[in-house]
Design a protein around this ligand. Structure first.
Ligand SMILES: N=CN[C@@H](CCC(=O)O)C(=O)O
Ligand SMILES: [Zn+2]
Length: 429
């Protein structure tokens, strides 16, 4: 007797399952993709129920609908685990200043950069923020992103930060990309607190974090067991290690999971602090001293690397992904999509740059934007792999070999996107 299923995707040249044991992948396991040739995936409701050779699954299942992948590759929906996509305005003029030689830090120190986006974002209503962000999410979806972390951090004041959280909640309900919220009020010292960063941290701890926690408790995110993260920008010109520790420790006491921007331009010691607090991820790590890699490798913390920042800032230095992977660090990759340091929404481009400039192999880059990225946002075991029991988030690519995702530069490698068992990009039959 054949078993019923809602959707059967079959005749894929490769089903790149990324299947493996629980937990983030490290070392040689970052090169094991579990590829099934001439593969198929059976889906019931929002969940994957079987994965295997096409001939076997076509004998076993009687599907309500089927997709013939016609020799294309199928892989997990991509997970963008570090983005700043809720903002108003742009930084095009600053881009020209950087072309003329100004640095990102000089622009930030002169009141531009994050503070320019803060001024524009503060002036926007929640509805305007939603309207500005929706097309970004649509583009991410077309490029294969089915789950994305989204940070606040351009309000830098109580109400404006809460408006960003509200916008993230509305966006999660308005389109298919699944969102994971991160509260980042300590992204820069706002102008009202210039020279008084500690006083701003007091406000963050006493008022902003508790309000964000209250917002989360009644949100759809809590109802679906999607975690709320707190994050901090630990950097010269932003917050020092002591200030960053105060924010993260207070957030942890309120029940937030933790992330930290560390070692982007200067190594202040934020990495050791974040590891001590058991952060879910540490992000950037562009200038981290390799003596830190063994401690990172034995921790449960995922290292999120953001190569589009180095590319966009015209830097020749990239995070030491090769050394980190060889040392056993669980590496994830993300766009860092934001209007300043990384104006790109493309995970395929991110992977392409990581392979060329950080010496990652294509298999490692894919695991870094699926399984490990899911673990970096607390969704490991739910999304990021094609395995029975996992959420049915899949891509049918335009080519037969998944390595086209990294090989092509700036292309459009995705033919169809399936989110929670529904075709949300491309033809449904
Ligand atoms: N480094 C700090 N925050 C962002 C940049 C945000 C911006 O420039 O607007 C980042 O991750 O690169
Ligand atoms: Zn960031």
């Amino acid at each position: 007797m054949m078993e019923p299923c809602d959707l059967l995707i079959h005749s894929a040249a490769q089903v790149v399952t990324c299947a493996g044991p629980p937990g983030p992948r490290r070392g040689a396991a970052m090169r094991e993709l579990g590829i099934i040739s001439d593969g198929a995936v059976a889906i019931r409701g929002t969940t994957i129920i079987a994965v295997g050779p096409s001939a076997e699954l076509r004998r076993r299942f009687h599907p309500a609908r089927e997709i013939n992948a016609r020799g294309r590759a199928v892989c997990p929906g991509l997970v963008d685990c570090h983005t700043h996509i809720v903002y108003a305005g742009d930084r095009v003029a600053e881009f020209e200043q950087r072309c003329a030689g100004a640095t990102y830090q000089e622009i930030m120190a002169a009141g531009g950069g994050i503070l320019r986006t803060m001024r524009l974002t503060r002036a926007a209503t929640t509805a305007e923020l939603v309207e500005a962000t929706l097309p970004r999410l649509q583009q991410m979806l077309r490029l294969g992103t089915t789950t994305a972390e989204v940070k606040t951090g351009y309000g830098l004041a109580r109400d404006a930060e809460l408006r960003q959280l509200a916008a993230i909640g509305l966006l999660a309900a308005a389109q298919p990309v699944e969102l994971v919220p991160t509260f980042l009020p300590a992204h820069a010292v706002p102008p009202e607190f210039a020279g008084r960063a500690d006083a701003y941290i007091d406000l963050v701890i006493e008022e902003m974090l508790p309000l964000a926690r209250d917002w989360y408790r009644v949100s759809s995110f809590a109802a679906r067991s999607i975690p709320l993260f707190a994050d901090v920008f630990c950097e010269r010109g932003a917050f020092d290690v002591a200030q960053s520790r105060r924010v993260l420790a207070a957030a942890q006491a309120l029940g937030f999971s933790l992330k930290a921007h560390v070692d982007e331009f200067a190594e202040l010691g934020g990495l050791a602090m974040a590891l001590e607090l058991g952060a879910t991820s540490v992000d950037h790590l562009d200038v981290t001293n390799p003596v830190m890699f063994p401690a990172l490798a034995v921790s449960a913390t995922v290292a999120v690397l953001l190569p589009l920042v180095s590319l966009n800032l015209g830097l020749s230095h990239f995070a030491a992904a090769r050394q980190m992977i060889d040392a056993g660090v669980a590496v994830a990759l993300s766009t860092d999509a934001n209007p300043g340091s990384a104006p790109s929404l493309s995970l395929p481009l991110t992977m392409a740059i990581a392979c060329r400039y950080m010496r990652m192999l294509p298999a490692e880059a894919l695991l870094a934007t699926t399984v490990n990225a899911a673990h970096a946002i607390g969704l490991g075991g739910r999304v990021g792999a094609i395995m029975p029991g996992m959420q049915a988030d899949l891509l049918v690519l335009t080519e037969a070999d998944y390595r086209w995702l990294m090989y092509e530069l700036g292309g459009s490698p995705v033919e169809r996107v399936i989110k929670r068992g529904q075709v949300v990009v491309g033809e449904s039959e």
